[in-house]
Design a protein around this ligand. Structure first.
Ligand SMILES: C[S@@+](CC[C@H](N)C(=O)[O-])C[C@H]1O[C@@H](n2cnc3c(N)ncnc32)[C@H](O)[C@@H]1O
Length: 319
């Protein structure tokens, strides 16, 4: 079966975000093993594999549909590419299963893929009326509708405020819980988008849809996207060979903050409060940070692919 190519923003073919910059920092032309922790549709992996006949890629993703697509796309590279369905937090176990070690580069491109966002039945987007799913692995764990049905009002408000940076979070949470108390829980994307619009008012042309922040917040909660991210960065850096490179791409300020602080700690910068007799923040000098500031897409990339607009890339080299 041929799996159709997903479309990116404005109907353009899906394009990997910050591709040139990713290749510059990963330097895959050196050859060796690269781990793409979020292989998605395989765009970054394909470019890594094309950079040298001496590169191999292990691709990881939670989403079976994304893996099916990238396996098909990268089949021409034969045994230089292999794919595993797993949480990237289990990357060490994946390497063991693949009987591989000593990666030269590790990439993590966080967030949602255009295939997920543009598949109506996945329930990631209010552009389509669908069950409120939002699971990257649609076979396990609670859906967004389950969370809205089960969580206390205060927790729903916290999620929408913290992960969505939505100032009307309490009002939205109140309306969600009111509906559920009336025996009419939110179960679809359209119901949630309409409820948020009513709770916060309409929006002007050129402004983002009022439900954008709430949808983003719920997606982050459903997939536990922030949990253990710092520890993950620390542990993958330990897998790299000396001079191996780590590249992380984020789309949310909280993710970028975690990445920034973790890379600083891994470069030996102690973040303990002044005056502590012994360092307790876990600072250790194992990488050199290659990006003093995050690298962001240029105007041309954002014009072509508006979903790239909030992307930030940080990179480090193992000492
Ligand atoms: C932005 S997309 C990656 C796009 C990819 N770089 C490309 O070029 O096509 C992010 C991918 O990460 C996957 N993902 C998110 N969290 C994950 C996790 N904890 N473990 C494994 N995969 C995850 C999602 O399913 C999604 O396919």
């Amino acid at each position: 079966m041929v799996i159709a190519a997903p479309l990116g923003g404005r109907g353009a073919p899906h394009r990997p975000v910050l591709l040139e910059e990713t290749l510059k920092f990963l330097a895959p032309e050196r050859g060796g093993l690269f781990i793409d922790c979020t292989v998605g549709l395989g765009g970054h992996s394909e470019a890594i594999l094309k950079s040298s006949n001496e590169t191999r890629v292990i691709g990881i993703d939670l989403d079976p549909a994304a893996l099916a697509y990238s396996r098909q796309r990268l089949a021409p590279f034969r045994d230089r590419f292999s794919a595993f369905q797993a949480n990237f937090r289990a990357v060490a176990a994946v390497l063991e299963q693949a009987d591989e070690h000593d990666p030269s580069g590790i990439l993590v491109d966080l967030g949602v893929s255009s295939m997920q966002f543009d598949s109506p039945e996945r329930g990631f987007s209010f552009r389509f009326d669908a069950p409120l799913g939002m699971r990257m692995d649609p076979t396990t764990g609670p859906t967004a509708a389950d969370l809205l049905q089960q969580l206390p009002e205060s927790e729903i408000a916290r999620i929408i405020f913290e992960y969505g940076e939505e100032r009307h979070s309490r009002r939205i949470a109140r309306r969600i819980v009111e509906r559920r108390e009336q025996g009419k829980p939110i179960t679809t994307t359209t119901e949630l988008a309409d409820l948020v619009r009513l709770a916060v008012g309409g929006h002007k042309r050129n402004q983002i849809h009022p439900a954008t922040r709430t949808f983003q917040a719920l997606r982050i909660a459903v997939n536990n996207e922030l949990e253990g991210l710092g520890e993950f960065v620390g542990s993958v850096v330990d897998l790299l060979i000396p001079n191996g490179r780590f590249v992380g791409i984020t789309f949310h300020s909280l993710e970028d903050r975690i990445l920034k602080h973790e890379l600083r700690r891994l470069s030996g910068y102690c973040e303990c409060p002044p005056g502590l007799p012994v360092c307790s923040c876990g600072a250790r000098n194992v990488v050199e940070v290659l990006t003093r500031r995050p690298v962001t897409p240029g105007a041309g990339e954002v014009e072509e692919n508006p979903r790239a607009r909030s992307a930030k890339l940080r990179a480090a080299e193992k000492i």
